[in-house]
Ligand binder design. Structure first.
Ligand code: FE2
Ligand code: FE2
Length: 189
């Protein structure tokens, strides 16, 4: 028995792709194939952007203000993290722009848009603890977002997966610093 050719091919043919790409060129990178809700994605990414900005600010302050015995090596680690948080910030801002939004860098309301906190640590150990907590918030938040975007917006998901992997490294680095300081695992297993 001959199989009937499927009326709807799995992939669009090239002519159809070319036709659709010419429609709505004002939408830039956002095509009819975009599986998410663009406005909602932009809103979510504005909160991720705020989270990253707060992380840049906190680590930068710690890299400069941290003091005490062995503080130089710890401050170097803070400075490295500040640089990586800034890279995350830029990636997220670029993605918002690709989707047709304007990245919100407005300091007004920044703390409330952000998932993580700026903190108020005075000692080096408290700084490490605050960073660890902030990283754990980011990890939890981005894990949820990776699941949320799934295949609705794979570009945003892949970007967040990359950032997530680095936040996990950051959390692990902060945990190692605490272990080195306290001589025992800080977090219950
Ligand atoms: Fe980050
Ligand atoms: Fe981080």
């Amino acid at each position: 028995m001959a199989t009937k050719p499927s009326a709807q091919p799995f992939l669009s043919d090239v002519k159809e792709l070319r036709r659709r790409a010419r429609l709505h060129i004002e939408r830039g990178a956002v095509t009819d194939g975009y599986g998410g809700d663009v406005e909602q994605t932009i809103e979510i990414l504005q909160s991720v952007l705020a989270t990253e900005i707060v992380c840049v600010l906190r680590y930068t302050m710690h890299a400069i203000a941290g003091a005490g015995i062995d503080s130089e090596a710890v401050k170097d680690e803070f400075a490295q993290h500040a640089k990586e948080e800034q890279e995350h910030m830029m990636m997220v801002a670029e993605r918002i722009s690709q989707l047709g939004g304007t990245p919100n860098f407005n300091p007004d309301g920044l703390a409330s848009r952000s998932a993580s906190e700026y903190g108020k640590a005075g000692t080096l150990v408290d700084m490490i603890k605050e960073n660890l907590i902030a990283e754990r918030i980011a990890v939890e938040h981005y894990l949820e977002l990776v699941r949320f975007f799934a295949d609705k917006d794979s570009t945003t998901r892949v970007m967040l997966e990359g950032i997530l992997a680095q936040e996990e490294e950051h959390a692990s680095d902060m945990h190692d610093l605490l272990v080195a300081h306290e001589g025992k695992p800080f977090l219950p297993s």
